[in-house]
Design a protein around this ligand. Structure first.
Ligand code: ATP
Ligand code: ZN
Ligand code: MG
Length: 337
């Protein structure tokens, strides 16, 4: 029997946009992609990034990934020193956990939800017809009980519900994160890895974690040859109420970013942030300190991809030619001659 497969392949005029029903061809991975920044272009041409046809969404080469793994190991060593419990979370989060984080209240524009097909044969037929006619086929899907993970630390708070042990808990957690902020900027991705050292405990221990973590993170990144500066910052809270929240966050210095200039991008970029959540997650997730008070939390978050991009821009696109001290920190240096 011969199976006839009808293929409708339309290539987008602009390889970086894409629209429903259109298969965006990554084409020649080494060719410049219209609209991308020159730094992204350089990384694509060098084969460090793999194009997908969507802005801010890239695959990574082995060379890129080895550097990312090296940075992850550095964070892990620090976590080990603190006695952190390692947790590797999936890139999706339980919808119920997501709702408890209040992310939807503050950043509805950044989140992503997962939808699935739950119909039978008739609905399947309808779905395929919609696809074939370039119609709104996602409208026929149902929300799943998971959403895309927006921050690596979100998954650890439900593990703490109840009363914490004396001294609280500390986690080393990493996850692939999604944020809907398509950009031509090499350092602003839609899908990126966040690696965090999170503490849940008393008001005092959480604040200390934030402070010590910031200092430790800055030192670690300076050790990789990045020029670091600590800057009080605010999150991009949504809407008019958001402006008030951002002003309060800034005034109380709850968020401090570790920023660095990335050649090829404008200004300075946050490659890490040290955040005090005060009792926000403690309240939402019903967490109490050993002393019976509502728990406080703090996280020190490393944007692994931004760190890799910063190093590639500063030290050059070939990690094999990076200074020995940088390669050694990342575990990339062979035995010294
Ligand atoms: P920015 O102000 O640059 O948007 P942010 O305040 O949203 O950063 P956090 O929520 O503190 O970032 O996330 C922790 C870290 O994750 C950031 O310091 C950064 O290194 C990284 N990160 C955040 N958003 C992105 C992104 N879109 N692409 C790549 N890395 C990111
Ligand atoms: Zn966090
Ligand atoms: Mg942001």
């Amino acid at each position: 029997m011969t199976v006839m497969v009808q293929t409708h392949v339309h290539y987008a005029e602009e390889a970086t946009t894409g629209y429903p029903g259109t298969l965006v061809a990554p084409s020649d991975p080494r060719a410049p992609v219209a609209g991308h920044s020159s730094l992204v272009d350089k990384m694509l041409k060098a084969g460090l990034l793999v194009p997908t046809g969507v802005l801010g969404l890239y695959g990574r080469s082995g060379v890129y990934q080895d550097v990312a793994d090296g940075v992850g190991l550095m964070v892990r060593r620090w976590g080990q020193d603190l006695g952190a419990q390692r947790v590797h979370l999936p890139p999706v989060l339980a919808r119920s956990t997501f709702l408890h984080t209040n992310y939807l209240e503050s950043f509805p524009d950044l989140m992503g939800s997962v939808h699935v097909f739950t119909g039978g044969d008739a609905e399947h037929k309808q779905l395929l017809q919609r696809v074939a006619s370039d119609g709104d086929w996602p409208a026929l899907l149902e929300p799943a009980d998971v959403v895309l993970c927006s921050a690596a630390c979100h998954g650890v708070y439900p593990l703490c519900t109840g009363t914490l042990p004396e001294g609280g808990r500390i986690f080393d957690v990493q996850s692939s994160c999604f944020r809907h902020e398509p950009s031509v900027n090499a350092a602003r991705l839609q899908s990126f890895v966040m690696h965090e050292i999170v503490h849940v405990g008393s008001a005092e221990s959480a604040w200390n974690h934030r402070e010590e973590g910031l200092a430790c993170g800055l030192r670690m990144l300076e050790g990789l040859g990045l020029s670091m500066r600590a800057v009080p910052a605010s999150d991009p809270f949504f809407g008019r109420v958001g402006n008030v929240l951002a002003a309060g966050q800034l005034e109380e210095q709850l968020k401090i970013e570790g920023v660095t200039p990335i050649p090829g991008t404008e200004g300075e970029t946050a490659v890490m942030s040290a955040n005090s959540h005060r009792d926000h997650f403690g309240k939402s997730f019903g967490i109490h300190s050993a002393a019976g008070e509502v728990a406080h939390s703090a996280c020190v978050a490393f944007g692994i991809d931004r760190i890799v991009v910063a190093m590639l821009a500063v030290h050059g696109l070939d990690p094999a030619s990076w200074p020995f001290y940088v390669r050694a920190q990342l575990g990339l240096a062979g035995p010294q001659a």
